[in-house]
Ligand binder design. Structure first.
Ligand SMILES: C[S@@+](CC[C@H](N)C(=O)[O-])C[C@H]1O[C@@H](n2cnc3c(N)ncnc32)[C@H](O)[C@@H]1O
Length: 282
């Protein structure tokens, strides 16, 4: 499923931003505890088609399109950078499925996840407990709750929009070691790729990050949404009224304004790859 902060926060006054923030927190708590999402390892809308080299893990069976969002950032979009991370950080790790997938690709890397939601941090910690050296840290506030230079691959799927893109880049750069890859994906309703890319380039410049790649992934996320409509409809039918109508919107189902934005090209989902320089002048 897509992220909630889908209309750019920058367009809202401060009080509106606070209201959206509090609503986000409450909505995530309800979703992670009481909705069908509670039984899953991911909470992202997915990406199709699957790459031929996607790893099919038994724990993630049925959620391959969501795992593919991580495969994109951990493999397809960074292959030319020859990643060999020793510490992987997933910001907004949710239920931990992304870190489990990262472990399959980089079994020697230590895994750290952070999420501001206590329900999923506990769930992710249980999922990753068998992987030695893994840890899940509860986040709070506008900063990533980890020390400077703590990872050499900083990932995020769906969380950067909650920070705001410049704020996210500043925090990701702080947590990145020299040479670290910063790979993330997110989306905006009523989005504009030219404006998003310009904002990312300027924020990357401000932090001295190398800008490797920006990809419009909307056709792929829309393909995943369309393929998932029957499953979403069946799950939403079990969601109690009064949450069902809201769930229909959240799930971008046909008939919602959100679905129409996908259909008419006004949704902008993207992936971006940056890198912290090896040395300040490098
Ligand atoms: C759309 S979900 C994606 C979860 C996971 N990355 C996945 O793909 O399954 C976004 C996640 O970001 C988390 N989040 C939002 N703001 C955050 C913040 N400031 N710090 C840490 N996590 C945050 C939410 O609690 C939620 O779990």
């Amino acid at each position: 499923m897509p992220d909630l902060v889908r209309i750019r926060h920058a367009t809202l006054p401060a009080l509106g931003r606070l209201a959206v923030h509090l609503f986000d927190l409450a909505a995530y708590e309800v979703l992670y505890r009481f909705s069908p999402v509670a039984r899953k390892r991911f909470f992202n809308g997915g990406y199709l088609p699957l790459s031929p080299d996607l790893r099919h893990l038994p724990e993630l069976a049925g959620e391959e399109a969501s795992a593919m969002m991580y495969h994109l950032l951990l493999a397809d979009l960074i292959a030319d950078l020859h990643p060999d991370p020793s510490d992987i950080l997933d910001v907004g790790c949710g239920q931990g499925g992304g870190l489990l997938y990262a472990h399959a690709l980089f079994p020697k890397a230590r895994l750290t996840g952070t999420d501001r939601n206590g329900t999923v941090t506990r769930k992710a910690a249980r999922l990753l407990a068998p992987i030695s050296g893994s840890r899940i840290v509860k986040g709070h506030g506008p900063r990533i709750n980890l020390p400077d230079a703590s990872a050499d691959l900083v990932l995020s799927v769906g969380a950067p929009t909650y920070f705001g893109l410049p704020a996210y880049l500043a925090e990701a750069a702080r947590c990145a070691r020299p040479g670290a890859i910063i790979a993330f994906s997110a989306g905006y309703r009523q989005g504009d790729h030219t404006a998003i890319q310009a904002e990312l380039r300027s924020a990357a410049d401000a932090k001295g990050l190398v800008f490797h790649r920006y990809a419009d992934i909307t056709p792929h996320t829309f393909a995943a949404l369309q393929a998932d409509i029957p499953r979403r409809a069946a799950e939403l039918a079990r969601v109690p009224w009064p949450f069902r109508a809201y769930g229909w919107k959240w799930a971008d189902m046909p008939g919602s304004a959100e679905y129409e934005e996908y259909r008419t090209g006004r949704r902008a989902d993207f992936a971006c790859i940056l890198q912290r320089r090896h040395s300040p002048g490098g």
